[in-house]
Ligand binder design. Sequence first.
Ligand SMILES: C[S@@+](CC[C@H](N)C(=O)[O-])C[C@H]1O[C@@H](n2cnc3c(N)ncnc32)[C@H](O)[C@@H]1O
Ligand code: SF4
Length: 381
Amino acid sequence: MTDDAGFGVYVHWPYCAAICPYCDFNVRRDRGGDHEDLLRAIVADIEEHARRIARRPAQTLFLGGGTPSLLSARGVATLIEAVDAAFGLEAGAEISLEANPEHAAMFAELVSAGVNRLSLGVQALRQKDLQTLGRRHSAIEARAAIEAAAHTGARVAADFIYALDGQTEAEWADALDEILRLPIAHASFYQLTVEAGTPFARAVARGRMHALDVERAARLYELTQAKTIDAGLPAYEISNHARPESERARHNLLYWRGGDWLGVGPGAHGRIAVDGARFATRAHADPKAYVRAVAEEGIGWAEQERLSGPAQGEEWLMMGLRLAEGVDRRRIECARGARFNADVLEALVAQELLYTDEHRLVLTPAGRLLADRIARDLLLG
Ligand SMILES: C[S@@+](CC[C@H](N)C(=O)[O-])C[C@H]1O[C@@H](n2cnc3c(N)ncnc32)[C@H](O)[C@@H]1O
Ligand code: SF4
């Protein structure tokens, strides 16, 4: 069952030139080492996994971070070759790399090394917003990076963060108009989340910054939906927009559709089916601990937990409801060993938050705004 949605590999490269004040990903400040030990450990980890789990051709490889565009093109080629040798990358496999705009001069080399999709961390096109976010690139560099990426012939995606402190609807509408004129066929629009433990969370606690209120967040989200639909870049997931369909992120679709992926590199998560059982895995977060684990145990996982049927069903629901296409209702009911509560379904349909038939559960645009709450109602019902 889990095989239906495919198989991919996620590689986490944790180093960044500087740590952004809103970021709570598993990141480490790059202090200039060559990190050859980490690169070698990731390759060894990939090779050992291929020996331990059945060899399955991969449809996707995602090099994420952190900042994998800090890797040399040779380092990127080494990782791609390792995955290909260990699992076999399917013809036409999607090979994505998260690139920061200040590394635009590297893009052509990264594409020559085998990357065919560049996912750019643009975040904003206004200098003021980039400063608020503590980014290293300028608005001019952001635009130049998009042009440079488009010239490589690779697919180009760009990430943006909105709902910054003080950002008005009019400002976001103008920014969106500008973004929607860019030569990109995939855009991710994330509302700023003030993550615990970050400098932004401390600024909010001291009253120097304001976190977004729910109503304003909803208005900005609705504005984003309306403008992207008008521009022909509709959402296929809560925060992700693409046109045509072939531009959708195939790797991320694996996550949302309940597929399998091997997660390697410090702190990487994965989901792997072995002999009919499905496991949630997490690699050691600290790069040194990860390198040591690979040397001593062959693989870098710190945890692997066998997922029960209900736990799988819950995860498929939480992830799949994010998609405009919705989720396979029967697959989740089978995994949970229980039908969804008919009264809860009926109430959600009556509130125009959900469509359903025997086969699928699909959130309406209004429902997608409340996806987590609706998933909880369905699970508790
Ligand atoms: C793993 S990050 C790394 C990508 C790359 N290093 C960069 O910063 O551009 C992936 C995306 O998550 C989004 N993101 C990270 N932290 C966020 C936060 N606190 N709130 C909203 N979006 C966030 C950003 O849009 C970012 O491009
Ligand atoms: S947002 Fe990107 S560049 Fe900034 S610290 Fe996080 S992963 Fe690194």
